[in-house]
Design a protein around this ligand. Structure first.
Ligand code: HEC
Length: 129
């Protein structure tokens, strides 16, 4: 009798541990830390930069473009520099100055949409104190 009680207790313990661990993983994958650790670029914004900017603004891209913004080196920028660049980026796409006209001619279907611009500028705003 005692033995079966302790076996039941053991199973209950394992079940709780299992639920806790799987639940913990689910929570931490979508929890506050994963959403926007200061400085890193959220996935949805990064996808836009990858498709629309990184032909030029990343390692292997255009030297002039990279001297302004190099997304491959983004993580090495200071928070102040990231804040400045993020605000420049929002500005350039809002005014339609980036991506360049020549690039847009070759990639018309990748022209920034209003929802992309909103998303990027909202992200840029998160740097403001
Ligand atoms: C076809 C290449 C190309 C693409 C694509 C491109 N850029 Fe640029 N970008 C440049 C070049 C070249 C410069 C430097 C212009 C200069 O110095 O006059 C530049 C400059 C900039 C600057 C600095 C401008 C300033 O005067 O302060 C920002 C910010 C910028 N780009 C953001 C972006 C963003 C955001 C995207 C994507 C939405 C993008 N660029 C796409 C080539 C590109």
């Amino acid at each position: 009798m005692k033995k079966s009680v302790s076996i039941i207790a053991l199973f209950a313990g394992l079940l709780f541990a299992f639920i806790f661990l799987t639940d913990y993983q689910r929570v931490s994958a979508s929890g506050p830390l994963a959403v926007h650790p200061t400085g890193s670029i959220p996935d949805s914004v990064m996808t836009f930069f990858k498709n629309t900017c990184m032909d030029c603004h990343a390692d292997g891209g255009n030297g002039m473009a990279k001297s302004h913004v190099n997304f491959s080196k983004w993580d090495t920028y200071s928070t102040d520099k990231q804040a400045d660049k993020a605000s420049d980026i929002c500005d350039m796409i809002t005014k339609g100055k980036m991506p360049t006209k020549g690039w847009l001619k070759n990639n018309p279907d990748l022209a920034p949409q209003k929802r992309d611009i909103d998303k990027v500028c909202k992200w840029a705003d998160t740097f403001k104190k």
